[in-house]
Design a protein around this ligand. Structure first.
Ligand code: AMP
Ligand code: MG
Length: 438
């Protein structure tokens, strides 16, 4: 089914969070399938490893070598031919004929009854296939060692060539949001540059007559524009190119001009404010002229109103260039919640990432939480270890959609599902951590 932002289901009085996510993902998929896709999969850049963090890998990274390149010792100990373990004697004694260090392969020969002192990572000498760890020897000096036969099997404590990766096989799959370990892995293969997707260009703007820029004094009834700063922080975490379009007044001409300007430059436009019931009417009118945008009432808290769809740039290109548009609610917490829930995964999907969802985990609620069935709630909370050692979560103060402190003090969302009702102290609840180990 072709996505349409104004299809009846999406205009239903309350859209389930999952339906909204599905509709967004469907539109992104369609955009990617179009030949004039806004993030053309062919848009690939080559970057050095030190520039590759948080970029999305564009092609499978094939290992050019076996890792490890040779059989080597997994322990500090003594290497020998393991067939001598096939004996009924309870103890085995071996003569030490030398030492093998990591990085200095041993080129001598070893006879039955002999062993070599070996360091972790050193290449297994020819004829050796087993290592007795230093701490399992019952006697050792410079010339001989002794250990109990039953403590070891042939082949133990040896890492095999190609055990981690085989030459020609994918070491990292396309679509990976590159993490520090991926950069280390690429380096371990001798690879200095990676093919990544180009950075998406994301325009942000704040709309509202009451908004004041930083550096100016607040006048009566005005507030500082905080949303652009939380949004740019969120976007910087995704290593994207941000186009800051500033504050736009609640006036149809200015708003229209700003939308046209932003969509001519950006792959994605994220605005905040101006989509709540009182204000949506004139925003809606502008959107009808500029593209195909639906105005949704999502069954969630915070973040109920949201606009979503595409803007078509009228720069004379044929077919028209398309910009994905998210009109987020103005409330500072709602902006962040809707970003985490809807925008983040759409940006990742648009840029070819294979993993786009925020991972969930669970914790025990320290206190009761009131919850109405029929909407998904995103409460701000602190996850910590309870006195019993179990993960415990407690809400951060007042949960109003405008109270950014509830978010600033929190380290996670407690996510209460659509059909869930009141939570009792001690119940397990779903949580999504703001910061992972990524
Ligand atoms: P709106 O969605 O435009 O009706 O705004 C909802 C609430 O969020 C109002 O209290 C606005 O003053 C506030 N708000 C809107 N935009 C911003 C912004 N950029 N920074 C801080 N607060 C905002
Ligand atoms: Mg407003």
């Amino acid at each position: 089914m072709k996505y349409s932002p104004n299809s009846p289901i999406l205009l239903s009085s309350s859209l389930h969070v999952d339906e909204a996510r599905k509709a967004i993902s469907q539109l992104v998929k369609e955009l990617l399938e179009e030949s004039n896709a806004i993030a053309d999969p062919a848009d690939i850049e080559t970057v050095s490893l030190d520039q590759a963090i948080d970029r999305i890998l564009a092609e499978d990274l094939l290992s050019p070598i076996d890792v490890p390149a040779a059989d080597n010792s997994a322990m500090d100990g003594y290497a020998f031919a393991g067939k001598c373990l096939d004996t009924s004697a309870p103890e085995i004694t071996l003569q030490v004929i030398g030492t093998v260090f990591a990085g200095k392969p041993y080129d001598g020969k070893i006879q039955q009854g002999e062993c070599l002192k070996i360091m972790t990572g050193a290449v297994m000498p020819t004829g050796c296939d087993t290592v007795i760890p230093q701490e399992l020897t019952i006697a050792q000096d410079a010339v001989q060692i002794q250990f109990k036969q039953h403590q070891l099997k042939l082949g133990e404590n040896r890492r095999l060539r190609g055990e981690d990766l085989q030459a020609g096989k994918p070491a990292i799959s396309a679509g990976r949001l590159l993490r520090p370990s991926d950069l280390g892995l690429a380096a371990s293969l001798g690879i200095a540059t990676l093919q990544v997707r180009r950075k998406l260009k994301v325009a942000i703007l704040s709309s509202g007559d009451e908004l004041c820029s930083l550096g100016t004094s607040l006048t009566a009834g005005s507030i500082y524009d905080s949303n652009r700063y939380s949004l740019s922080g969120l976007l910087n975490r995704l290593n994207l190119e941000i186009i800051d379009c500033g504050i736009v007044r609640d006036d149809p001409a200015s708003l229209k001009e700003a939308f046209i300007e932003a969509s001519s430059k950006a792959d994605v436009l994220i605005s905040s404010g101006g989509v709540s019931v009182g204000e949506a009417d004139f925003t809606k009118q502008i959107m009808q002229e500029l593209g195909d945008v639906g105005f949704w009432k999502i069954a969630m808290r915070p973040g109920r109103p949201m606009a979503f769809g595409i803007l078509k740039s009228s720069t004379g290109q044929s077919p028209a260039r398309k910009t994905l548009f998210f009109g987020l609610p103005g409330n500072p917490v709602a902006v962040m919640v809707t970003f985490y829930q809807f925008v983040r995964s759409a940006l990742l999907q648009l840029n070819g990432a294979s993993q786009t969802e925020v991972p969930l985990t669970q914790a025990i609620s320290a206190a009761p939480i009131r919850k109405k069935s029929g909407r998904t709630e995103f409460q701000r909370a602190i996850l910590e270890r309870g006195a019993d050692g179990k993960p415990t979560v407690r809400l951060t103060g007042s949960q109003g959609a405008g109270i950014l402190r509830s978010m600033s003090e929190a380290n996670c969302f407690v996510i209460l599902g659509h059909n869930q009702e009141n939570i009792a102290a001690g119940d397990w609840v779903d949580i999504a951590l703001f910061e992972g180990l990524l």
